[in-house]
Design a protein around this ligand. Structure first.
Ligand SMILES: Cc1ncc(COP(=O)(O)O)c(C=O)c1O
Length: 393
């Protein structure tokens, strides 16, 4: 049996070698601290679970859902976009669609808009799906490096004219995985103007829209006047409500973008289980601020443990304002691969190397704040015990 040629073009799985080593060390009895996985360790809030329990018993939820999501779900989303971002008047029938988590919708957007000869503009480092889905769609990606000196924002002036002319999609993701960086409305306004100039669909992956600290509220690209003319935004309940396993999100914005995505999706999936949509409506309709604040308080404490711990070992880092991640430079003299191997061998700590998210991620590694405080503290202690500091020998 032969795989399709397109599979040969997909880069090797980032964690494959790390997993192999982890299994080897675990079989030797090593206590591994895995700081690699961006999957919340806390349960879904109780009021969402209660709605799900009831919805699952209701036979009217058991048949095929509408492709674009139930009317009730899309209306709840439109209201949430108004309340949360001040984005008024999204049309639930043409400007909003439900998705099976955001990963699915991200991938299918490439299938809807990209073909051979087209470019996609994608961040580097970035969520690996932008890259692999460009390949699946038969297009070429042009990477936009996110550099510390530019606050991890792409430099639009570095995109060659001929690439911009052939580009169909431009992807951004703020708050950003893996760098933890944020973007303001002024930058979004520049992006909207750039994409309008070249007629590129601006795709904002907003998977971490609610994952912010110290009172910061990440903006929506649809807040930019005229943003909806050229942009769609991908939202997800995965991280905000500890619902990664439920697989639900939505896409909102430009009607042509939503139409293309709907056409692909209606041929590929059959929507999200209606009971899950009911649970998501409960999440988006809740005005109880205490709940998301409680979710973020957990991560904030962990962020502070990691940032203070690394600073005490000489690391020059600032606490991120958002996401579940801390993007950490490797000590001078090490590559990302060398340093994460050292952490695994000397400390039994697993972290993904920066270059796993793209070549411009070289020189960094990522810590996910998704394990218990004590494990993060134990990790810092292991670094101390092993004599690992930012400025080593
Ligand atoms: C930047 C980014 N986008 C999208 C996703 C996909 O999330 P989901 O499909 O669970 O909504 C993730 C998950 O880690 C992510 O980091």
């Amino acid at each position: 049996m032969q795989f399709a040629k397109r599979l040969e073009k997909i880069p090797p799985y980032l964690f494959a070698e790390i997993n192999r080593k982890q299994n080897e060390l675990v079989s030797q009895g090593v206590d591994i601290i895995n700081m690699g996985v961006g999957d919340p360790d806390k349960p879904t809030p109780v009021h969402i679970l209660q709605v799900m329990h009831e919805a699952i018993d209701d036979a009217s939820n058991h048949n095929y859902p509408p492709y674009q999501g139930t009317q009730e779900f899309r209306e709840a989303v439109a209201k949430w976009m108004e309340r949360r971002f001040g984005v008024m008047g999204l049309n639930p029938n043409t400007e909003i669609i439900s998705s099976v988590g955001s990963k699915e919708a991200i991938h299918n957007t490439f299938l809807a808009f990209v073909e051979a000869g087209d470019y996609t503009l994608i961040p580097d480092p970035g969520y690996p799906v932008y890259r692999t889905s460009t390949i699946f769609a038969g297009g070429e990606f042009f990477t936009m490096p996110l550099k510390a000196e530019n606050d991890f924002l792409p430099d639009l002036s570095a995109i060659p004219e001929e690439v911009a002319q052939k580009a169909k999609l431009l992807w951004i993701n703020y708050p950003n995985n893996p760098t933890g960086a944020i973007a303001n409305l002024e930058f979004f306004t520049e992006l909207v103007a750039f994409c309008k100039q070249y007629n590129i669909l601006l795709c904002h992956d907003h998977a971490y829209s609610e994952m912010a600290y110290d009172g910061y509220k990440p903006p929506s690209v649809l807040q930019v006047p005229g943003g909806k003319d050229i942009a769609i935004e991908f939202h997800s309940l995965s991280k905000s409500y500890n619902m990664t396993g439920w697989r639900i999100g939505f896409v909102a914005g430009n009607a042509t973008g939503i139409k293309g995505l709907t056409q692909v999706k209606s041929n590929i999936d059959s929507g999200v289980f209606k009971a899950i949509q009911k649970a998501a409506i409960a999440a988006y309709s809740s005005t109880n601020e205490a709940e998301p604040q409680a979710v973020m308080a957990v991560y904030q404490k962990r962020r502070d443990i990691i940032v203070q711990g690394l600073r005490s070992l000489g690391w020059p880092i600032q606490p991120p304002k958002a996401t579940l991640y801390v993007w950490v430079p490797v000590p001078p003299g090490y590559s990302s691969a060398e340093f994460v191997t050292l952490l695994l061998d000397k400390c039994g700590i697993i972290v993904p190397p920066g270059h796993g998210y793209g070549a411009a991620g070289e020189g960094f590694f990522r810590i996910a704040l998704t394990i218990a405080d004590e494990r993060l503290q134990a990790g810092i202690q292991r670094l101390k015990d092993a004599g690992i500091r930012y400025t080593m020998g």
